[in-house]
Ligand binder design. Sequence first.
Ligand code: PD2
Ligand code: ZN
Length: 279
Amino acid sequence: MQIDGNLMKWLNECLARGHTPESLTTSMLQSGWSQEIVRVAMAEAIGREIVGKPGPSVAAASRVPEPNLTQSPVFIDTSDRRVDVWTVVKFPRVVVFGNLLSHEECDQLIELAQPKLARSLTVDNQTGGEEVNSARTSDGMFFERGENPVCERIERRLAELLNWPYENGEGLQVLRYRHGAQYVPHYDYFDPAQPGTAKIVQRGGQRVGTIVMYLRTPERGGSTIFPDIGLEVAPIKGSAVFFSYDRPYPDTKTLHGGTPVTLGEKYVATKWMREREFI
Ligand code: PD2
Ligand code: ZN
């Protein structure tokens, strides 16, 4: 993000007059500057991120998974597969990959998931338990991390592609969307304001990244949308959309959803990545 020169000049003058970075951050936010601009401008002015009490205004940024995109590669070689880079968005960080999974791997995951597919549950923020959620009309199941050779192979590939430890990944989740099924826009991080979150994040900290891998292409609908940036990703078998969020707040612009499938059936496998080892 490029910060306007006048803003930087004003910020540096205020700092020179003795205003503290913290007080300036607060007053800029109160006067309506976006959190992202304030964060980036302040980091540029003082040469470090402001780390404060976690909260929407000055939340500390976590490290996040990130593919190596230096030199704008057209593909990325992992140990066992050449993955294509289709689309890159800087902020929010979104990368669409092609050829991440072979068609055989997609079919195998669908096959292995069948016995356990049931109406999707989502984490209940109030209790930290799970509940049926009308916002998500797909059917789903979780594999354990490394539950079978195909899961393990894919998870090791993802760890390499996204430069994020295998151990920090949750097990793969497979979702089936039948005709009309959708996933209304949501954030994948756990809301810090909810009472159940403290318990959930004991197992490896917050979620900091997501990759949704498409296992079956529907004929109509079923794209993954990012309403804040007007991005729509077509759910093509073998491809995937990755995005990361360095703090659990909406200013990450990672609101996303799955549009209704209007013809055919869509299957995805989702991998969520945590800050630390997921146990
Ligand atoms: O299937 C999707 O397109 C989708 C959309 C939003 C999946 C998820 N979120 C998810 O698994 O978190
Ligand atoms: Zn999601």
